[in-house]
Design a protein around this ligand. Structure first.
Ligand code: SAH
Ligand code: SF4
Ligand code: F3S
Length: 461
C-alpha cells in the first residue's frame, strides 16, 4: 500500500519548504486521540518553519484528520474535500490523515483526485517528506504503513501549549475486535508507549504551562510499561508518578475498557487526589445476548460490579459511557435491558449512537439489521433517559464548594469557563483570575450542559 520506505528522516534533513506550502490548517474529527494527533502534526509543521493559518481559507495546506467510526463521519470527509476548491478554480494542497486514510488508502485518490496526500495515523511523522513527494511527482503520495518504529520518536518535542489542559496519548490500537468496530483495523494492534517517554512528554507539557493532562488510549487502561526501576506497572503506576510532578494539578484518562479496569486502577481513584473523579467506561448495551454478539467480553452484571467497586473507592465519581442502539438482532427486550443498565449505573454524562454498519466488520454481515426508524426511536428514548440523569447529576453538585480549572473566556464580559473535577463546564465571573488559574467556587445553579459558579478564592495565579 505504501509508496514510502520505513526509514525515519529527522526533521532537520527535510528540504526547505521554499516553493512548498507555507501556511497549514488542520481539522480533526473523531476521538480525542485524533485531536492529539492533529496537535502533533501542527507542532511538527511549525517546527519545520510553516505557520498555522487562522482559518482554512488562508491555508495552502489543509489537513483533514479523519474518523472512520461511523458512515456519516466518512461521508463528511468527501463533502469537505469538495468544498476546498476555491471560486477561481485553485485549491490548497490537501492531505487526508487519520482513520479514513488508513482504511481507504489509495481508494481516496481514486474517489477524490484533488487529494495530494493520504497519510495514516501511524505514519504522519513523514508528512514533510510526503509534501515534497506530492509536489515533485504531482501524484497523490500515499503512506498507510504501520512501521515497527513508532512515530513518536521521530516527532519534535512538545511545543508550549495554548491551553492549560492537554492530551497525552499513552496507548494506541486495539486487540479487542468488537464486531461492529473499525478501530482495530485503522489503528492496528495495542501498543503502550514507554514509561520514561511519557514522563518526559508530561514534563514538557507542564513546563509549557499545562496544569491538567488527560492520558489517552483506545483502551487506555490496557496501558502497561516498566518504571525507572524496571518494575512492570499498569496505568495507576504511571498516574502515581505523574501525580508527584510539581505543577501538574490534575490527571484524567480515557477511554477505558471494562475488562482492563483493574483493582489497582480503581484504588488509584481513592488514593491519588490529583486523579479526577470521572470515569468514562463504555458498556454499549445492557443485553447479555447483544454484548456477546458484539464480542464485548463483559456482561451487564460484571459491568455493574465494576461500577460498584469504583463507587466504593470514590463515591462521588462521575460516570460516563458509550452506547450503541440498533445493533443487528436487537429486540425491544434487548433495548429495555440497555435502559435498565442505564438506570442501574446512573450516568453523569454519556455518548449514544445509532449502530452504523462498517464494511469489513463481522457485524456488517449479521442477519436482522435494524431499520433506521427503529434506531431513531430507540436512540431518542435512550437519550432522553441519559439527559435526565445528566441534569440530575449536575443538580446534585449545586451547593457544593469545589475547584475549577479555568480554560477559556465565556460569552459574557468578564466571564470565564472552566472544568469542575467531574468534567462539568462551569461559568464564573472572577475578577483577577485568568485562563490557566484554579479557583475555588460554589456551584450555584445547573443547566443540562453547564453550571454557574460563584468565585470564592483564587488558588493559583
Ligand atoms: N475503545 C473504546 C471506544 C472506541 S470508539 C471502547 O471500547 O469503548 C468510540 C465509540 O464509538 C464506541 O464506544 C462505540 O460506542 C461507538 N462505535 C464504534 N463503532 C460503532 C459503529 N459501528 N456504529 C455506531 N457506534 C460505534
Ligand atoms: Fe472498538 Fe471495541 Fe476496541 Fe473499543 S474495544 S476500540 S469498541 S474494538
Ligand atoms: Fe474515529 Fe479513528 Fe478515533 S475511527 S474514533 S478517529 S480511532
Amino acid at each position: 500500500m505504501s509508496q514510502s520506505t520505513d526509514t525515519l528522516v529527522p526533521p532537520s534533513s527535510v528540504p526547505d519548504p521554499e516553493g512548498g506550502p507555507r501556511r497549514y490548517f488542520v481539522t480533526s474529527f473523531g476521538c480525542q486521540m485524533n485531536v492529539y494527533d492533529g496537535e502533533r502534526m501542527s507542532e511538527m509543521l511549525s517546527a519545520q518553519g510553516m505557520q498555522a493559518a487562522d482559518q482554512r481559507e488562508d491555508a495552502d495546506l489543509v489537513i483533514l484528520n479523519t474518523c472512520h467510526i461511523r458512515e456519516k463521519a466518512v461521508a463528511r470527509v468527501y463533502s469537505d474535500i469538495g468544498r476546498l476548491k476555491r471560486e477561481d478554480g485553485s485549491k490548497p494542497m490537501i492531505a487526508v490523515a487519520g482513520c479514513v486514510a488508513q482504511a481507504e488508502g489509495e481508494e481516496i485518490a481514486r474517489r477524490a483526485p484533488t487529494v495530494d496526500i493520504v497519510v495514516g495515523p501511524q505514519a504522519y511523522h513523514r508528512l514533510p517528506q510526503l509534501i515534497e513527494q506530492a509536489r515533485s511527482t504531482r501524484k497523490t503520495a500515499v503512506d498507510t504503513d504501520m512501521p515497527a518504529v513508532t512515530k513518536f520518536g521521530a516527532l519534535p518535542g512538545r511545543a508550549r501549549q495554548p491551553r492549560p489542559s492537554a492530551f497525552l496519548t499513552v496507548q494506541e490500537g486495539c486487540d479487542k475486535f468488537c464486531t461492529y468496530c473499525v478501530v482495530p483495523y485503522t489503528r492496528g494492534a495495542e501498543i503502550s508507549r514507554p514509561f520514561a517517554d511519557l514522563v518526559e512528554e508530561a514534563k514538557a507539557l507542564v513546563d509549557g504551562g499545562v496544569k491538567e493532562i488527560t492520558l489517552l488510549g483506545q483502551n487506555v487502561n490496557a496501558w502497561t510499561g516498566d518504571d525507572a526501576s524496571g518494575r512492570s506497572q499498569g496505568l495507576e503506576g504511571l498516574i502515581e508518578v505523574l501525580a508527584a510532578m510539581p505543577g501538574l494539578e490534575r490527571i484524567r484518562y480515557t477511554t477505558s475498557h471494562p475488562n482492563d479496569m483493574t483493582d489497582g486502577l480503581i484504588a488509584a481513584h481513592r488514593d491519588i487526589d490529583k486523579l479526577m473523579p470521572y470515569l468514562h467506561l463504555p458498556v454499549q448495551s445492557g443485553s447479555d445476548r447483544i454484548l456477546k454478539a458484539m464480542n464485548r467480553s463483559h456482561n451487564a452484571a460484571s459491568y455493574l460490579a465494576i461500577i460498584d467497586k469504583v463507587r466504593a473507592a470514590r463515591p462521588d465519581i462521575a460516570l460516563s459511557g458509550d452506547f450503541i442502539v440498533g445493533f443487528p438482532g436487537e429486540t425491544e427486550a434487548d433495548f429495555q435491558a440497555t435502559l435498565d443498565i442505564v438506570r442501574a449505573a446512573n450516568y453523569a454524562q454519556a455518548y449514544s449512537f445509532k449502530y452504523s454498519s462498517r464494511p469489513g466488520t463481522p457485524a456488517a454481515d449479521m442477519e436482522d439489521q435494524i431499520s433506521p426508524e427503529i434506531m431513531d426511536e430507540r436512540l431518542q428514548r435512550l437519550q432522553s433517559l441519559l439527559g435526565e440523569q445528566q441534569q440530575a447529576f449536575n443538580q446534585t453538585t449545586v451547593g457544593q464548594r469545589t475547584r475549577v480549572l479555568l480554560e477559556r473566556e465565556g460569552r459574557k464580559p468578564g466571564q470565564l469557563v472552566g472544568k469542575s473535577p467531574w468534567l462539568q463546564s462551569v461559568h464564573v465571573v472572577a475578577p483577577g483570575a485568568g485562563i490557566g488559574d484554579l479557583i475555588d467556587v460554589e456551584l450555584v445553579s445547573a443547566g443540562p450542559n453547564s453550571l454557574e459558579g460563584q468565585a470564592l478564592a483564587l488558588v493559583t495565579a
